[in-house]
Design a protein around this ligand. Structure first.
Ligand code: MG
Length: 156
């Protein structure tokens, strides 16, 4: 087995979409990013690349590359599945999103289902949890940022 961890953060600003785990989240603010700013999928991608000692998301998808402008992060995860996982199986994924508002409890199941679908996993192998920053931790607590962390295992 190989273990990988991923972490990502994006600033939240008015006039952008908030996409997490491939789900459009109704929100007054969205992620400022070169891609669609899906912090959860970015953390999953980094956890896969980290487990395989295959670099990181910034190296694979440079934000200087116009090809990834507003990119659908589900497509980026599918590319990493094909190129880096290359047939290896992910055993399980455990993810935590930190977002002050809106509350995500009703949407985490759909996010987990999206990740499971992209990676060809049974839904029971993917966990997505969400919590607030308790109003502290700077921009996370003031609702001006979103963060996500991921741990996963890959069968090797
Ligand atoms: Mg990111």
């Amino acid at each position: 087995m190989r273990i990988g961890t991923g972490w990502d953060v994006h600033r939240l600003v008015p006039g952008r979409r908030l996409v997490l785990g491939g789900v459009d989240v109704p929100s007054e603010k969205g992620a400022l990013a070169h891609s669609d700013g899906d912090a959860l999928l970015h953390a999953v991608i980094d956890a896969i690349l980290g487990a395989l000692a295959a670099g990181d998301i910034g190296k694979r998808f440079p934000d200087s590359d116009p090809a990834y402008k507003d990119a659908d992060s589900a497509r980026l995860l599918a590319l990493v599945r094909d190129e880096s996982l290359a047939g290896r199986k992910v055993a399980n994924i455990d993810a935590t999103i930190v977002l002050q508002r809106p509350r995500l409890g009703a949407l985490t199941g759909a996010m987990a289902a999206n990740i499971a679908s992209i990676l060809g996993l049974e839904p029971s192998r993917v966990s997505v949890k969400a919590k607030t920053a308790e109003g502290i931790l700077g921009e996370l607590g003031s609702g001006d940022a979103v963060a996500a962390s991921v741990v996963l295992l890959i069968e090797d």
